[in-house]
Design a protein around this ligand. Sequence first.
Ligand code: M6R
Length: 642
Amino acid sequence: MIRFSKVRSESFTGIDDNDLERGFLIMCGIFGIMTKRTDIPIAKLIREGLQRLEYRGYDSCGLAMANNGTIEVRKKAGKIADINKDGLFDSMQGQYGMGHTRWATHGPPIDKNSHPHLDCKNKVAVVHNGIIENYQQLRKELTARGHTFRSDTDTEVIPHLIEESLAKGISFKDSVREAIKYLTGAYGIVVMHADTPDFMIVARKESPLTIGIVPGETCFAASDIPAFLPLTRQALILDDDEMALLYKGKVEIFNVITGKPRTPKPFQVQWSIDAAQKSLDGVEYKWFMHKELHEVPRKIKDQLRVPQEQLDAFAKTVMAAEHVYITAAGTAFYACLAGKFQITKFGGPYIEALLCSEFRDALPTMPPKSCVIAVSQSGETADTIEAVRYAREKFGAKVCSVVNVQGSSITRYSDNVIITAAGPEMAVASQKAYCTQVTALTIVALRIAELKGTVPKADVAKYRVALEKTVDVTNEILKNEDKIKQLAETLAKKQNFYFLARGLSLAAACEGALKLKEISYNHAEAYAAGESKHGPIALIEKGFPVVFVAPPDETYDRLIGNVQEMKARGGTIISVVAEFDTKITEMSDYTIRVPIDNDKYAIAMSAVPFVFPLQIMAYFASDFNKLDPDKPRNLAKSVTVK
Ligand code: M6R
């Protein structure tokens, strides 16, 4: 008999289970243990390992333990420490098990969407980190064949697919392999079977999966090394399309597609836990901020997968409104500036951007049929919440939000939500959140263009391809980050900076200046370049650094005039230009060259590629100035006071 322990049915978000959408996951922590030892508290070790992975996500969690042919699952929304306060997880019994700490990106973090997930017979348990893109189709087919689903997640199709093969008498190993062949998308999974006590199975594609080994005794499966670091320092990294059988101290690896085995060659991990948490793809970063900057390309890639129905609902609400406002604070507000520009440029409505702290004062009244787009990493910024509630409760405005934390307050006051794919951002200074916010709003802009027919369909497709290319462009920028580092070190001691740009790039200038200010403590102001001669230029003297964000778009020729004005007065010109740029390059003392294609599609998608080097520059300036970029003075990650 299997016990399926659903601990509490209501959600901590207050959202009713019936209102649920699906539950995708992008960044989560998974941890499993298969061991010979009977003298260790396995459930407690899993729980502790998961806590070391909470930097990957922490909105809900769960454990599955196999105990003499049964699987018990305990799972719940909330943080591990709170849920385990009375030993809910630590008291679980069993010979082997696994757990999951979740960061939901689509669908609220509630008990039933927490992992692990089971098949109908409660014999197979799965934890998953990633996105199964074709889950709706699979779920439809499985449901038609009599399977019952207990969650809204994409993940749950996996145990049911395995169950189908097992029912045909196929071995556990081959059933998992079969199931994987049906999946499109990204996954790192751990699978255990109640009646197969000798091994558990792991597999990966695009999502990370590491294995820890105590030879002849124990194997660990984890989405990252910190989970098992106090237990073993011998590790293996699974490659894409590989599957491994984890026995009690022995690993068998083979390729899912070819079936070809690979001899496991464990390496010795030298890192501390802290260093391991700050590591990515085997590289150890000194600060979370640096690691998170290196996550930007993959986070943009994840962001490109906004589910169509979410995107359509969002775009249609914006299109149906007669007056559209966009609001946020800080970096999120600069994402609004870029988003507003793109939506209007591609034929969407004119949008008024208002700082959330100014919102109600700027709008003592709001016209009917208004829509407010709110952008927030945390979803808990008090000023943004106030603006949203003011518009919604006083004037009946529709609210569309772009938020990184599923289930946060702003999502609860919204009619439509797009969840950004940044995952948890540990550094106080936002960077990957900004890049995903701008990407999400650009996707909305392109969808509106498509729905309204303001841009030919073929062109929308080309803009979309160019947007997808920002993944490669940001990767290239990172490969050359040493050049940005050199420049940052040259400039790090300068006391004052101007950041100037026009049009879309004004957002990048504002974000670049804010980043430098908040983590490197240099005084930096951003202006619309055309505005600079109306006052700011008075400060320019020999050596005053002026950063120009200068993509070769429709503003380029006019920007040249502004560069000349600053140069003529002795300003040191630092410009962010396209790789193929010549004119502004010749006028500049320093350039940061962005490897975009020389066509109108790539140029229109310059918002992220041209801001990213400035975020990197701020990071290196901060490090050079011996500051802590993760926890800058006087700042909090989430500002929950008005
Ligand atoms: O969580 P939110 O995106 O709503 O936060 C808004 C601002 O407080 C935030 O962007 C702040 O400006 C960051 N420190 C920027 O790096």
